[in-house]
Design a protein around this ligand. Structure first.
Ligand code: IO2
Ligand code: ZN
Length: 262
């Protein structure tokens, strides 16, 4: 059993290209969002992004060994419009975060600035049979990224965090037997976003993601950011607290990040 995890084994993200050459590809993620170089696209406002979530779509939460993951059957949870030419169905959400007393943690950055954590709501293109079929296609996935910032407590996210103690190790999974609408995790204003073509930010790093990065962060309490680190993962020195499970930004290459706002 390979000790450690993809962020801590070897040189971490900077070594992923050895096993996954696409790590140095033309549409990798995350990236820095340089707001001086984004381009307002009125078409994004003309055909607004439609985000639909339901109360009954979140079924279970699992410790994936690199994050928590709330898995959904996607019932009533669909994404369309904006940059998307198809209907995408919600599959799961997870997050990435940093270390105690550090300012890093998010994957995308804005003008070089990190947030303490970043939530990813993963959707797959229903033109394909299922998630597994979609996951490696150029238009296969759409991921909504929501930055977390320290502020007032977010009771909704707290309900999910209350389950962390039940999934102490990689592979541990429990059912979610209460209603949880992932729409609770959208920032107050979800009209303003950036979008660009990118990839999974974890191996196998498939270049299959249309990223939709919300401009407005979601407020959670400083304690809630700390609770993320109470999840556990394997390290070369044994089981310890999970943190710094983020890939730093990679070169934008020949891409323009579009904005839905002027
Ligand atoms: O990069 C992100 O955080 C979005 C993301 C999207 C999908 C994803 O799936 C992992 C996966 C890859 C291949 C097969 C099964 C599952 C992993 C991450
Ligand atoms: Zn992610």
């Amino acid at each position: 059993k390979k000790r450690g995890n993809i962020y801590l084994s070897g040189a971490g993200p900077s070594a992923w290209h050895e096993e996954y050459p696409v790590a140095k590809g033309k549409r990798q993620s995350p990236v820095d969002i340089n707001t001086n170089k984004t381009k307002f696209d009125p078409k994004l406002a003309a055909d607004p992004l439609t985000i639909r979530f339901s109360d009954s779509c979140c079924q279970s939460i699992v410790n994936t060994g690199i994050s928590f993951q709330v898995t959904s059957n996607g019932a009533g949870c669909e994404l369309s419009g904006g940059p998307l030419d198809s209907t995408y169905q919600f599959a799961q959400f997870h997050a990435h975060w940093g270390a105690y007393l550090k300012t890093t943690g998010s994957e995308h950055t804005v003008d070089g600035v990190s947030y303490p954590a970043e939530l990813h709501l993963v959707h797959w293109n229903t033109k394909y049979d299922d998630f597994k079929d979609a996951v490696d296609k150029p238009d296969g996935l759409a991921v909504i990224a929501v930055f977390f910032k320290r502020g007032k407590e977010h009771p909704g996210f707290g309900k999910i965090q209350d389950l962390f103690s039940k999934i102490p190790a990689k592979g541990a999974k429990v059912n979610i037997d209460f209603e949880f609408n992932p729409g609770l995790l959208m920032p107050p204003d979800s009209e303003n976003y950036w979008t660009y073509l990118g990839s999974l930010t974890t191996p196998p790093l498939y270049e299959s993601v249309t990223w939709i990065v919300m401009k407005e962060p979601l407020e959670v309490s400083v304690e809630q950011i700390a609770i993320l680190r109470t999840l556990l993962w394997e390290t070369p020195n044994g089981v310890s607290q999970m943190y710094n499970n983020f890939r730093p930004p990679v070169p934008l290459r020949d891409r323009v990040i579009r904005a839905s706002f002027g």
